[in-house]
Design a binder for this molecule. Structure first.
Ligand code: WQD
Length: 333
């Protein structure tokens, strides 16, 4: 199929496009390169040995531009990944997050109706569960997300749910990511945030390389195995494969799936694993809790396993090894 991937040059997007090409699909990428680099496209081609990627450096929220792209290409499906994703930044710039993240979903949904595209996979986030108790299940009533980023995902999910109610022939799958980390084993694509990272794994890699002097661990007094925050880290390659399974398994109506491992890992456990596997020290300091953080978040992964036969296969050791390999390769290139 010809699949339009919004945000297809980004950390998640580049891994999703890689899996699409590996499976014989064609990718049409729309990405404004606000948080990604165009060299990633050549690296995807290098990894896959394929070149059936069409790239548009455009803003998905520009309806006229998107109409032009859809009128020039036979699009069979959409994987919508484009969006701003920093929780902290969303609190200081709510309008930017609401406009960008929600309007992008609306524009792509309109393209589905206007160009008869029935297949739609949407990138959502475990953030939508708010402070609900883990393991988190797709049929839970959603919690309060405490930030505009999370709210933009809740609202986008609602938009897609109402769209399917009005157009039952559409096939929509909402994928709720837990904590994507790691990188393709080639070391050619991975997570390369611009500036100081918000998330734990990229921060750890920058401390490991000496670019940052120490990791600040946000609290060790949570009610968890060792007091530090527990999260469901999922390898980005597993996550990407989950998108392919969701796309090829689309059925009429709306489906919602957790993309996680079902296992929780604490900050201390992740730091220890990174140090042990990569033989590198991570100096750290324990500081105050980060506002908005919850103690524990991990998935119930039974629904996607039972319905689509998918489960994550890569380990925390794979995640820290692949993250470090990508980071070290960037430094040497
Ligand atoms: C993980 C753990 C922190 C940084 C967010 C978004 C979520 C998704 C993933 C987009 C927590 C601790 C972190 C640091 C630390 N993003 N930590 N020091 O907050 O679980 O999820 O990113 O989809 O939607 O909410 O991820 O990596 O920021 O934090 O101690 O410098 O690491 O307290 O326990 P989070 P994270």
């Amino acid at each position: 199929m010809n699949i339009l991937v919004s945000g297809g040059v980004g950390f998640i997007g580049s891994h999703v496009v890689t899996e699409l090409l590996n499976a014989g699909h064609n990718a049409i990428i729309v990405d404004d390169l606000s948080n990604s680099e165009i060299t990633t496209i050549d690296r995807i081609k290098q990894i896959t040995g394929k070149s059936n990627i069409l790239f548009y450096q455009e803003d998905v929220t520009n309806e006229a531009t998107m109409k032009d792209i859809f009128s020039k290409n036979q699009i069979d499906g959409i994987i919508h990944l484009a969006g701003y994703k920093s929780v902290g930044e969303s609190v200081s710039k709510p309008l930017l997050y609401y406009q960008n993240n929600i309007l992008a979903t609306i524009i792509l949904a309109k393209m589905c109706l206007e160009f008869n595209v029935a297949n739609f996979v949407f990138s959502s986030s475990a953030t939508v569960y708010g402070d609900k108790l883990s393991p988190l299940r797709e049929d839970m009533v959603l919690g309060s997300t405490t930030n505009p980023y999370g709210e933009s995902k809740v609202i986008s999910e609602k938009i897609l749910s109402d769209l399917v109610d009005a157009h039952p022939s559409l096939k929509v799958s909402i994928l709720r990511y837990f904590n994507p980390v790691g990188a393709h084993s080639s070391g050619l694509i991975g997570e390369k945030p611009k500036g100081i990272p918000n998330n734990l794994m990229p921060y750890i890699t920058m401390v490991a390389s000496g670019q940052l002097d120490q990791l600040k661990i946000f609290g060790d007094d949570y009610d968890t195995v060792d007091g530090s925050g527990v999260r469901d880290y999922i390898h980005v390659v597993d996550l990407a494969k989950g998108h392919l399974v969701a796309l090829e398994g689309l059925k009429q109506g709306l489906s919602i799936y957790n993309l996680g491992t079902g296992r929780g890992t604490s900050v201390f456990e992740l730091v220890e694993t990174f140090q042990r596997v990569n033989q590198v020290g991570i100096p750290y300091q324990i500081v105050e809790r980060r506002p908005g953080d919850i103690a524990t978040c991990y998935a119930d992964t039974s629904k996607i396993k039972n319905e689509l036969g998918w489960e994550a296969k890569l380990s925390i050791e794979d995640m820290v090894r692949d993250s470090w390999r990508f980071f070290a390769k960037q430094e040497s290139d």
